[in-house]
Design a protein around this ligand. Structure first.
Ligand SMILES: [Zn+2]
Length: 285
């Protein structure tokens, strides 16, 4: 499932590709994925996008926001397998569409942006009155779940407040209402980098451990963003490229391989109901 670095890379690609372009029409092949206050009238709300320009593309946690003239917006949650692809400009409209194409935005100049989603867990909301600088209000008004702060903008004091609970640190970091954007891969990598066992209670971390963990979360995310994200199977950016961070993962998906720091075999255990990778020597409980 795409996490913050993957979604950030999709946002970067979309920014280059569609900002400034004017929507000609929207085709929805799978109404199931369209949500929002206008769920029952999604045809009208999608039609309302025609003739308007995409003014900005932003990311909020794992959601993409295409802000469109007139304070309209498409908010997209990619789910397990959702991705955006740009049609090949050489072939244009005549090109055959990939299987599992759920939605197509066609722009005035002929560019097409396809939302392709094999598993159909992706969701698209067509929202009104969304401020791209403060999108949470419009998203929550439409029934989208509340999101905690962005990890890259989080200050040590706010992070310390989040940790003040007996819940396991791994389950806290995965809880999007506490801190938003991390998933299984980057939580495991950050905890390994900080030398913290994932089952420890949040409140058991010392001030210096908490500071180290926050630094490592930011460092891991920034490096993953620069590497284009992590691809295990489905993730692609809008140009169809895979992320290059997989080869740089230290513990995630590396059960039985030596820990890059101490050589001990990486173990897989279950914490917070999720498969979890640790070095049992670097991360003691
Ligand atoms: Zn180790």
């Amino acid at each position: 499932m795409p996490e913050l670095p993957e979604v950030e890379n999709i946002a970067l690609g979309l920014r280059e590709a569609v900002v400034g372009r004017r929507v000609e029409r929207v085709w929805v092949g799978t109404p199931l994925i369209v949500r929002g206050p206008d769920r029952r009238r999604w045809r009208e709300s999608m039609k309302g996008l025609a003739g308007r320009r995409v003014v900005r593309v932003t990311r909020r946690a794992k959601r993409l926001i295409l802000a469109i003239e007139g304070r309209l917006a498409l908010v997209v949650q990619l789910g397990m397998t959702g991705k955006f692809l740009l049609s090949d400009p050489e072939e244009g409209l005549a090109a055959p569409k990939p299987r599992h194409t759920r939605l197509i935005l066609t722009f005035r100049d002929g560019t097409e942006l396809l939302f392709v989603d094999m598993r159909r867990f992706g969701r698209v909301w067509c929202l009104r009155d969304l401020d791209p600088d403060a999108p949470d209000a419009a998203m929550e008004a439409a029934g989208l779940t509340h999101l905690g702060p962005e990890p890259l903008e989080l200050r040590p004091k706010a992070f310390a407040d989040i940790l003040r609970t007996a819940r396991p640190i791994k389950s806290l970091l995965l809880d999007q209402s506490r801190i938003a954007g991390l998933g299984n891969i980057y939580v495991d990598e950050s905890l390994w980098a900080a030398g913290i066992h994932p089952a420890r209670a949040g409140s058991s971390l010392t001030a210096s451990e908490a500071a180290t963990l926050l630094c490592q979360i930011k460092r891991v995310l920034r490096r993953a963003i620069r590497a284009g994200g992590t691809t295990f199977s489905d993730f692609r950016n809008v140009y169809g490229d895979m992320g290059r961070f997989r080869s740089r993962l230290k513990v995630y998906g590396r059960r039985g391989e030596p820990c890059p720091r101490c050589g001990t075999s990486v173990q897989r255990l279950v914490v917070a109901g999720r498969g979890t990778h640790i070095c049992p020597r670097c991360q003691v409980k």
